[in-house]
Design a binder for this molecule. Structure first.
Ligand code: NAD
Ligand code: UFG
Length: 336
């Protein structure tokens, strides 16, 4: 049994489908802080395996322990946390409390139940302003906002716990920019309020919920002046977790690895790909740079390939096609 925290969220839900397809039975723990319960039935339908659900907040030790009590837990995949950079600047204590506090209770509960394997959702944001590209895992860390610092602290906590606990192993996965959806159009990204991220903003313009995209900055030193990111299909990302879990269970070593494609695409390239794939025009205008943004960010993915045997299979047009399949079938996201 694999215990998945935050399994009803965007990346967690897609990963739960991939994990079931790889033969794993799952227990999901989620407090629905940023997800809806209807996701569960879709995860079950698409994955076809066994999925238990516990509605619980990670910071509630006894409720979390109840999820560990039912079946022996082989490993944990830990997605649960808050993830909005701007909100983390406005509400740092909530971010430290939920992300670090939640991880603390989780690790403590794992220790009580002698569970020694964890896959953790870190982020490319821990690298801060890139000093060189592509980003390798040994690039200096320097998160520049409270959200990123929670990820950096949790990485250090995992390293410390591994050093002090014989047999404890972690796979720390630094995601680049996840995008797209399950190809069925049944699972996808359903942000609350106006999206902060590029791709859900584009799909909401396409569906008519928003009027036009604002492209933040057209004077960066990039191919066309707009920001460049390493966009990764959420299903490729999901498979990266299956590979990381296999690594922990078979190789019995810890690892920190980037999960990206190794290639950058500019904001205008994403808009162009979306228009090509869907035939829908995305009205857009240039706006000033967004504070805190970097010009370019993309991964060196050689470690993930060498150690995990994993690399991405899907490209930007697949992400656009599948993301649009989701948005067009679910114009308002998941039902309440
Ligand atoms: P998400 O918000 O869609 O999913 C997170 C899930 O965790 C939600 O279902 C939420 O209800 C749950 N949750 C939050 N706090 C909880 C708590 N205290 N107890 C129980 N459940 C809780 O986010 P996502 O995009 O799926 O991201 C998953 C993880 O990946 C996060 O840790 C995020 O920081 C990290 N990450 C995301 C991105 C991205 O661009 N989406 C990039 C890098 C890293
Ligand atoms: N952008 C726009 N208009 C928008 C939204 C975004 O032009 O309405 C641009 C941004 O300026 C940037 C690019 O699109 O150049 C990507 O922006 P996102 O907000 O989609 O993604 P970020 O790279 O800023 O950050 C995301 C997550 C972080 C995570 C990081 C990992 O939000 O949490 O990827 O690389 F840490």
């Amino acid at each position: 049994m694999i215990l998945v925290t935050g399994g009803l969220g965007y990346i967690g839900s897609h990963t739960c489908v991939a994990l079931q397809r790889a033969g794993h039975a799952l227990t999901i723990v989620d407090n629905l802080a940023n997800s809806k319960i209807g996701v569960l039935e879709r995860i079950r339908a698409l994955g076809g395996g066994s999925v238990e659900f516990h509605r619980a907040d990670l910071r509630d030790g006894p409720a979390l322990a109840a999820a560990f009590e039912r079946h022996p837990v082989e490993a944990v995949i830990h997605f649960a946390g808050y993830k909005a950079v701007g909100e983390s600047v406005a509400k740092p204590l909530e971010y430290y409390d939920n992300n670090i506090g939640g991880t603390f209770v989780l690790l403590d509960t794992m220790a009580r139940f002698s569970v020694h394997r964890i896959v953790f959702s870190s982020s490319a944001t821990v690298y801060g302003d890139p000093q060189r590209l592509p980003l390798t895992e040994d690039h200096p860390l320097g998160a520049v906002n409270p959200y990123g610092r929670t990820k950096q602290f949790i990485e250090s906590i995992l390293t410390d716990v591994a050093a002090g606990t014989p047999g404890f192993r972690h796979a720390t996965l630094r995601y680049f920019n996840p995008m797209g959806a399950h190809p069925s159009g049944r699972l996808g990204e359903d942000p609350r309020g106006i999206p902060n991220n590029l791709f859900p903003y584009i799909t909401q313009v396409a569906i008519g919920r928003l009027q036009k995209l604002r492209v933040f900055g057209n004077d960066y030193d990039t191919v066309d002046g707009t920001g460049v990111r390493d966009f990764i299909h959420v299903m490729d990302l999901a498979e990266g977790h299956v590979a990381a879990l296999r690594y922990l269970l078979e190789k019995d070593r810890s690892i920190t690895a980037n999960l990206g494609t190794g290639r950058g695409n500019s904001v205008l390239e994403v808009v162009g790909a979306f228009e090509r794939v869907t035939g829908i025009r995305i009205p857009h205008e240039f706006a000033p740079r967004r504070p805190g943004d970097v010009a370019s960010c993309y991964a060196d993915v050689s470690r993930a390939f060498a150690e995990l045997g994993w690399k991405t299979k899907l490209g930007i047009e697949d992400m656009c096609r599948d993301g649009w399949a989701w948005q067009s079938a679910n114009p308002q996201g998941y039902p309440d």
